[in-house]
Design a protein around this ligand. Sequence first.
Ligand SMILES: [Zn+2]
Length: 436
Amino acid sequence: MKRQLKYVCILCYFIFFTKPTVAQSIEKNEITFIKTGKLFDSENGKILTNYVIKIENNKITEVGKNSSIPENVKVIDLTEYTVLPGLIDGHTHLMSLDDFKDKHPMAEKVLFEGDALRVLRGANRAKTWLEAGFTTVRDLGDSGPFLDVALKKAINEGTTIGPRMFVSGPIIISEGGQVPGLLKSQRHVIEDEYTIVKNVDDAINAVRIHVNYGADIIKICANNSPNNTSLTMDEMKAIVKMAHRYNKKVTAHATTDLAVWEAVTAGVDGIEHGYQISDTTLTLMAKKGVALVPTDLTKPLLKKVLDIMDYKEDTDIATKGYKDRYQDRLQRAIKAGVTILTGSDNYIDLKMPQGEAAKNVLIAYEEEGMQPLDILRSSTYLSAKFMGKEDELGSIKEGAFADIIAVKGDIVYDFSSTMFNVVFVMKNGEIYIEKE
Ligand SMILES: [Zn+2]
């Protein structure tokens, strides 16, 4: 016993008092300069001209207007393009891809896909997000038993390619999860997929479990749509209190106005979807500084989803109905002063690279009347700030990670086609895309 204790104490010494060896591997001191024509100032939502970015290894060390560049250093000329911080998708499910024709997608994933194949497929999808210009994602569940933590580790150590991941682990939820029609005898299907809580003590322990197994953020379901059950206010309050104690943000899937109001009152930091949110609840969100992640689809993608579902009525009328409701909700949220973050929630097989499909969320906000530079500010600086990472991510400034992209076209007047014309992607100082 004494021996074991001694071992633990020695381990503690190494964890707390020694420098990580990983630092030694990036002491190669590579210096790169990027010349920009237009540069997006994400903090202020403005376009700057003729700035030069200095990168040392994986960090930005200088940003200056018309700065001189020394000889014999690597120079990347992006003066023909608009240079931006890498985009942030605040709501992904990299380990899920549902065919909307499939009646039992959860059973397909848990019973027939299995963890190994699921992570391999997730890794493949992760790459498409990076290629689309998303250098960071917040992955919010539907990822099996902490498979998102595994993929994050694989990306961070360079085993596979993908964006930076901030992960929630399984969604913390009340009985039944979000799987409708499941027989009680088959309940085990959802137990690896979700962390199910039965009472306040369970809720507290769920947060401890998530912190121990590597979650960066806590995701809860304030209502379990499509199931008609929900966490209690006391359970949500306990989760928020515990998560904040460990410095973790809490974001809640909440679709009805009541679910949003309860989650916000319980103290969550973010609301996902919020489809039926009222002005009163939006006012409360603005007052408490709670962010909204509207996971909206563009008109063409909505029509595509309806087609996949073999929708029998007029798809134009249905699409207009959805878009009118999305637009009304987004505009009321902006008017109320609620912080808007970008999140695609893209887990539907739209027969195109998933990262490309995810980027449509930016275009959806534009369709709903949000201005391009405001959308980009939401997808960079504001998303990083929500995670408490605004000094490292979402901005091109001294001290930030070198997560930089460039797009070809006019970002203000031709937002959609420009955002799909990504010519350069750098993450952590490494170049993944460099087109002529
Ligand atoms: Zn989602």
